[in-house]
Design a protein around this ligand. Structure first.
Ligand code: HEM
Length: 426
């Protein structure tokens, strides 16, 4: 009961000062209520994004140990080595987008993200952008949709068992099986490659090598869960963010042209490499501003294991807390004229004027997004490649024309309106 009261307070009264958000995220490691929906789907043990990982909380030493291992796999030198894969896969993406029968934007960008992830981290490209053999993105999307629907029913306290048997139970099992099969295909290939050339040096260990080299002493099922988590965490969020960014670029032509000028000035027509990324400062501001106005994960949750003191207020031990990222990102106190898309809000001098925790698209604190820099590098590379090749247009004049729903990531209810035409005649 008390959780629900707090939930209402946080959602409705605008009690979302950045200082409170900061205190909550820095103090707490684990969420509760919101991720309960993800633990099982239709009563079947699930969730690919979380797998058995929901058991790993602050009290479990496992999460800390694993996180420490994984952090090494996101070192600057390892991330730099990924850019060539982001680039080659973004070229396939540009080809897909320029076709008149291009796939739905969310699907196209998620497939790009899956291919980049598999090539960079697992060592092989499964070409989900080109082949229809793998439908991993669609399967993950359908599972998320089932979770979303179930989440709504859970609020009305319908029994999980009844829901499980009368609603889409068999379909769920089919999607879960398909996801697990894909993950097992890539793991089998990776195991074979790893046997032939094991990677043990600390400085070059990618996540997959870290999982397989035995240091973490994981079971096969735990390895599968970790890969599934990374795969879906990397593709869903990055894919959704990129779909939002191109739509915003289609709506704001002057921003798109400024970004095009920057890419042509610093990169031109050559292949995009890691050395180019730090010059694409405006492109980075476009990405940051897009994630402010349309954060792909609009809410994160935590469970208060102790009292949290925020100025004169105390969030009592035992309550579940929802942090409404989208509301925080549109709070006029920090973002004047919040619905205006203005990348210059992220000029260094503007950033310095704001409190740190009023912008948290990757969450914050110890349980924040481990793939933050990876995501920015992947999006910078692919968006620069798109913008220099294709002109983007959209029919939307304002963000208010878009209607959203969400489970983990936020999506528009209907497909996004966005069109791509070649800048140069072929
Ligand atoms: C635009 C892209 C992305 C966004 C907006 C995003 C956002 C987030 C957020 C908000 C969380 C924390 C959830 C919470 O506080 O409860 C998170 C966690 C996580 N993200 Fe990301 N993410 C992105 C890309 C990625 C990528 C590319 C990877 C991997 C390569 C990744 C891997 C993870 C993992 C493993 C976690 C769980 C971390 C832990 O519990 O220790 N994410 N992400």
């Amino acid at each position: 009961m008390i959780s629900k009261i707090w939930l209402n307070i946080l959602w409705c009264s605008g009690f979302l000062l950045a200082v409170v958000v900061g205190s909550v995220l820095v103090s707490l490691y684990r969420n509760r209520y919101i991720y309960r929906f993800a633990k099982t789907v239709n009563g079947f043990p699930f969730y690919p994004v979380i797998g058995n990982l929901h058991k790993i909380g602050k009290t479990s030493p496992q999460w800390k140990t694993r996180r420490r291992h994984f952090v090494k796999s996101f070192s600057p030198s390892i991330l730099k080595s990924f850019v060539e894969f982001f680039y080659t896969n973004s070229t396939a993406l540009v080809d897909a987008l320029r076709k008149p029968d291009r796939p739905d934007l969310y699907i196209a960008f998620q497939n790009y993200s899956i291919d980049g992830f598999c090539e960079a981290i697992m060592g092989r490209n499964y070409n989900t952008q080109k082949k229809s053999e793998y439908s991993i993105v669609e399967d993950l999307d359908r599972l998320q949709e089932i979770c979303r629907k179930r989440c709504v029913f859970e609020v009305f306290n319908l029994s999980v068992v009844i829901w499980g048997f009368i609603h889409e139970g068999l379909k769920t099992l089919g999607y879960l099986k398909a996801v697990s099969e894909f993950v097992n295909v890539i793991l089998k290939d990776k195991r074979r490659d790893f046997k032939q050339s094991p990677v043990i040096a600390d400085t070059t260990l990618k996540i997959a090598d870290t999982l397989l080299n035995g240091d973490m002493k994981l079971t096969d099922k735990e390895i599968e869960d970790e890969i599934t988590l990374f795969l879906s965490a990397a593709s869903d969020t990055t894919g959704t963010t990129m779909a939002f960014i191109v739509t915003l670029l289609g709506m704001y032509e002057e921003v798109q042209e400024k970004m095009y000028e920057e890419v042509m000035t610093y990169v031109g027509d050559k292949a995009i490499g890691p050395e180019d990324l730090h010059n694409l400062k405006y492109t980075e501001r476009v990405i940051l501003e897009s994630m402010r106005i349309l954060p792909p994960i609009p809410t994160v949750g935590r469970h208060a294991k102790q009292d949290i003191h925020c100025g004169s207020k105390v969030i009592p031990k035992g309550v579940d807390i929802y942090i409404n990222i989208i509301k925080l990102h549109r709070n006029e106190k920090f973002w004047p004229d919040p619905l205006r898309f203005n990348p210059d809000r992220f000029l260094p001098e503007e950033v310095a004027k704001r409190p740190k925790y009023c912008y948290i698209p990757f969450s914050a604190g110890p349980r924040n997004c481990i793939g933050k820099t990876y995501a920015i590098m992947s999006m910078k590379t692919s968006l620069a490649n798109i913008v220099r090749n294709l002109k983007i247009t959209s029919k939307y004049k304002s963000l208010e024309e878009l209607n959203f729903h969400s489970f983990v990531t936020m999506r528009t209810i209907t497909q996004l309106d966005c069109h791509f035409t070649a800048r140069k005649k072929e």
